[in-house]
Design a binder for this molecule. Structure first.
Ligand code: 5GP
Ligand code: ZN
Length: 118
């Protein structure tokens, strides 16, 4: 897609620090990390959000999680969190579906971890 930031990163038009790549997915370091390890894992195909997952493209989500497991093994990461923000209220700012892989810190869980803005 012409006007998509992450499609441009996949194409190399915008530079990124690559973590992993295969036929289906691309992974790179988040430009504004919120944890010691903060990678983004994205399908190469442009899918706007998790709300656009269909029977036809859902295998790409499995590829994302396969990639996460490979990255974790390669980097010796034993524990990690994968987050997908879908839509504006959830904080999705880039409309190319992506999964945040966070690690390297003890993470909280519960309502406070939502970081509510209102
Ligand atoms: P979202 O808020 O949509 O779930 O996540 C978008 C993520 O993309 C944010 O964590 C943001 O820091 C990251 N990001 C935005 N622009 C760029 C960029 O040009 N390069 C990289 N590597 N990450 C970006
Ligand atoms: Zn895209």
């Amino acid at each position: 897609m012409m006007d998509c930031l992450f499609c441009k990163i996949i194409d190399g038009e915008i530079p990124s620090t690559k973590v992993y790549e295969d036929e289906y997915v691309y992974s790179f370091k988040d430009i504004a990390p919120i944890a010691p390890v903060h990678y983004l894992i994205i399908p190469k195909a442009h899918i706007a959000s998790a709300n656009d997952i269909t029977e036809e493209n859902s295998s790409l989500v499995a590829k994302v999680f396969e990639a996460a497991a490979k990255i974790a093994k390669a980097e010796g990461i034993e524990s990690y969190r994968i987050i997908n923000n879908c839509g504006d209220d959830a904080g999705q700012t880039v409309k190319h579906m992506h999964f945040h892989m966070l690690a390297g810190v003890k993470m909280g869980w519960g309502p406070e971890s939502l970081g509510k803005t209102e």
